[in-house]
Design a binder for this molecule. Structure first.
Ligand code: ADP
Length: 402
């Protein structure tokens, strides 16, 4: 029987999954991907093979009360029925916050779950959703190994100064410091840089993960030395619906003068700010691009996004002491040539020269000349989770055998 790993990424009403075959030490191989969405309401399930051919589809009426637990059990029985000859070896979960306790992937047990629950206040909009399926599987399929893979862990290599807020010790002692996120994406990019240019892999690179969530990471020889996100996934760049870096004084103004409750202020900063808040139109870059010529607020939101990216790149170039390459990745970074062109134009001072035709064609190399290279590299966070899950299982087996 070929062992398969399931990689899960759980949201509030969705559950995305990918299946990887894993033979020995070889790189895990994607065989199937799919999603449940509308969980808790009109739920839908779809699974496709690696080539995009539909393998299974279902829909449930809202009265069915089909939630995360039903979705997980449906997935397991669907796998048993449709993935004959394969044996479910483990589940790898994307977990946004590993805090100070977890600086690498970990085999889940009850103690690990308790520690991860204690980190929920640091990522209130993501962590509880990431943990829900872990708890369900622990209860319903207790002998199935589960591995938690963290968005924070890749940034464990940041020097102390890059992680410090200038706050008193009693606050720092509660774990209030800069962690950084999108680490699974940066891990993937760092792992493939040498295939694009060995000088990049050894050099000073800024990676721009520009999706609905957005951040930048400074890599020196493939290792994170600074990043724009901090304690929570709110810091740094403006995002689809999140505010990015702002004066904490603005929060006190919202609480005192606008009489917002802490929960309402949090909702505003996470869900009604960023591209959506500034444009008053959408968090979706495609919509903003379509409207930008006629709608000044859409144009302003894009301009702010680009301006903040280039300012933060400048800060990371200072932390790196120079720049050898800039990598664009995630939904906007991989697909939006206009954002790449606008960012590159503002970074002309670095010596970077955009190659317009290569940029429109999507790269991978989109610059020319002797200055820092600009690149488009598609990310693959699920593959990193599959790699990490596989490696944790190997280590656990080796320990048992010795
Ligand atoms: P998430 O952080 O949810 O994984 P993605 O990485 O999928 O998000 O990125 C979503 C963003 O990518 C959206 O703003 C979307 O508009 C943008 N995007 C996707 N495709 C394109 C495209 N062809 N042109 C411009 N923007 C795009």
């Amino acid at each position: 029987m070929i062992p398969v790993l399931v990689v899960l990424n759980a949201g509030s009403s969705s559950l995305k999954f990918q299946l990887f075959e894993r033979e020995g030490d070889a790189e895990p191989r994607l065989t199937c991907k799919g999603a449940f969405d509308g969980l808790g309401g009109a739920a839908r399930f779809i699974a496709r093979d690696a080539g995009g051919v539909t393998l299974g589809e279902n829909a449930w009426a809202p009265e069915a009360g089909f939630g995360h637990e039903e979705a997980l059990m449906h997935l397991v029985s669907w796998l048993r029925e449709h993935q004959g000859g394969r044996q479910l070896a483990a589940i790898g979960h994307r977990v946004v916050h590993g805090g100070e306790a977890f600086t690498g992937p970990v085999l889940v047990d009850d103690e690990v779950i308790r520690t991860l629950e204690s980190l929920s206040p640091l990522a209130p909009l993501h962590q509880p959703h990431n943990l829900a399926p872990i708890r369900i599987v622990r209860r319903r399929l207790p002998s199935l190994p589960q591995v938690a893979c963290f968005d924070t862990a890749f940034h464990r290599t940041q020097p102390d100064l890059a992680t410090l807020f200038a706050l008193p010790r009693e606050v720092r002692d509660r774990g209030v410091r800069r962690y950084g996120f999108h680490g699974l994406s940066y891990d993937y990019i760092a792992s493939v840089l040498k295939e694009y240019d060995p000088r990049l892999a050894a050099g000073r690179v800024v990676v721009a993960h520009l999706g609905n969530g957005a951040s930048l990471c400074a890599l020196r020889a493939g290792v994170s030395i600074a990043t724009t996100m901090g304690l929570s996934a709110l810091d740094g760049l403006p995002m689809g619906t999140r505010c990015g870096a702002m004066d904490p004084g603005a929060v006190f103004f919202m609480l005192r003068e606008m009489k917002l409750t802490p929960d309402a202020a949090e909702r505003m900063l996470y869900s009604h700010s960023g591209l959506l808040g500034v444009s008053g139109l959408s968090n979706d870059m495609r919509v903003l691009r379509e409207q930008a010529a006629e709608n000044p607020d859409a144009r302003r939101a894009i301009n702010l996004f680009v301006y903040r990216i280039t300012r933060e790149v400048g800060s990371l170039v200072a932390a790196l002491g120079g720049l050898d390459g800039l990598v664009f990745t995630a939904g906007i970074g991989e697909n939006d040539a206009a954002t790449r062109a606008e960012v590159s134009a503002r970074l002309a001072w670095t010596g970077m020269t955009l190659d317009d035709a290569a940029n429109k064609a999507g790269g991978p190399l989109i610059s020319s000349g002797a200055g820092p290279g600009a690149w488009v590299i598609p990310t693959n966070e699920e593959l990193v989770i599959a790699r990490q899950t596989s490696s944790v299982l190997r280590t656990a087996r080796a320990r048992l055998a010795s």
